[in-house]
Design a protein around this ligand. Structure first.
Ligand code: HEM
Length: 397
């Protein structure tokens, strides 16, 4: 078969892919993520043309790009603003998955690939933040290396491997540059797999939300015998394009009029190992995990709790054993409102952990940080198993 025919057949198959017609705007976030990923790759590859991963040259190579290369400031702004928007969109995408239980059978594999993507994106973002070699880059790498060093038995070795020496320096920068570059392409491969699995398993829909009383019916014909599904093209290509255009407008507004939102003043000072900044804190998207890290008195305990907050996402499909049938089931013991309250507690806990992290979990923020960490874990370890069991009991009775 000629290649052109194969491509045409592939595009036709994807264009005809049936999707539930009640998909809301949260289902456009996936397309936004794809658009942002393309932007990050293109701007990142261009930035890499002038970047020098050496402790004595990294900061000035970025400065030279910003001040002297044509449109260099624009390239860097696109990449920095892109990182913030990518992480915000990613958190919204995961939250959508939790809201609508998109992780349930048969999509456990899709969810697992998604969580793996989340980990890869987080590591890539961390490695990227070290590259400009400003004060926050240096001290961020220092804090992270000490956290890794707190792991019993292997911590010391891991710290050495991470730093390439006793303190952050050129060897660390080389490692972070290679990691940042390699993971970016790994993420592209994983996204292709993610979308391919989605096409094999099909989408969930808003009427599948636990407690909604709707459920699996989204894919069946309605009472009048009409299909509830619509082809991807033109219905969802138009919707996704609109989502990406709105995102582009927001993106441009933030990049041009509110650059302080996506950058840290302290990181415009070159790394200085002899001067510790008064406020060492990570980028906003890591603050909730930083808050959890600090809310626990022991270093290793904090590492377990904050790492566990991401790792627990891998277990979600097995913590919530609900099915489409239990989703539609009856009265939920009169607790139909519970999923909404539980999700609100989860979202508030995540934000409060971030705020506590921002305040270095000191004074009253210690209590807030601990309660919020508890709230976060309760959603996964108490609410999800309990609610699914309640629904299953009702279905049997
Ligand atoms: C680089 C990061 C990611 C990209 C580019 C991406 C892209 C996409 C796209 C394009 C879709 C289809 C449109 C939509 O439903 O919004 C999708 C669906 C989905 N994604 Fe992601 N995703 C990413 C990360 C994640 C993560 C971190 C998770 C979960 C931990 C996840 C879980 C899901 C699930 C469960 C669906 C299916 C939703 C449904 O049932 O309709 N994804 N993703």
């Amino acid at each position: 078969m000629p290649a052109g025919v194969g491509v045409a057949a592939f595009v036709r198959a994807y264009g005809a892919f049936p999707l539930p017609r009640d998909l809301n705007f949260l289902w456009t976030v996936g397309a936004m993520l794809v658009a942002l990923l393309a932007l990050m790759l293109l701007s990142g590859l261009t930035l890499a043309l002038t970047y020098t991963p050496d402790a004595s040259l990294a900061f000035s190579s970025v400065e030279a790009l910003e001040r002297r290369a044509p449109s260099g400031w624009l390239l860097r702004s696109l990449h920095m603003t892109g990182a913030t928007f990518f992480m915000a969109a990613l958190y919204l995408h995961v939250f959508r998955g939790l809201c609508y239980a998109s992780y349930r059978a048969p999509r456990q594999g899709l969810w697992t690939i998604g969580t793996l993507l989340l980990v890869l994106v987080m590591v890539t973002a961390f490695a990227g933040y070290v590259l400009p070699w400003g004060q926050m880059s240096y001290w961020g790498a220092d804090v992270a290396s000490k956290a890794v060093g707190a792991i019993p038995l292997i911590g010391g070795t891991l710290e050495q491997v991470f730093l390439g020496g006793d303190a952050p320096g050129s060897a660390t920068l080389h490692r972070m540059f290679v990691l940042h570059f390699t993971l970016a392409f790994t993420i592209v491969g994983m996204v292709v797999l993610h979308v391919a699995v989605l096409h094999a398993k099909g989408s969930t829909s808003p009427s599948y939300r636990p407690g909604s009383g709707g459920a699996s019916g989204a894919t069946l014909p309605d009472a009048a015998g009409r299909s509830r599904m619509l082809p991807f093209h033109p219905y969802f290509t138009v919707k996704d394009t609109l989502g990406v255009v709105v995102l582009a407008i927001l993106f441009t507004l933030v990049m041009c009029f509110w650059p302080g939102l996506v950058s840290e003043v302290e990181n415009y000072r070159p790394a200085n190992p002899l001067h510790t900044p008064a406020n060492i804190e990570p980028e906003w998207y890591f603050l909730p995990f930083y808050g959890m890290l600090q809310a626990v008195p022991s270093k290793f305990g904090g590492l377990l709790v904050s790492g566990g907050a991401v790792a627990i996402l891998f277990l979600v499909p097995w913590l919530d054993r609900g099915t489409a049938a239990t989703c539609a089931a009856g009265r939920w013991g009169g607790l139909r409102w519970l999923p909404c309250v539980a999700l609100a507690v989860l979202a508030c806990s995540f934000v409060l952990c971030g705020l506590a992290g921002r305040h270095h979990v000191q004074g009253g923020w210690m209590l807030v940080g601990r309660l919020a960490t508890l709230g976060y874990y309760l959603y996964f370890l108490a609410f999800l198993p309990f609610y699914a069991r309640l629904a299953q009991k009702e279905l049997r009775s």
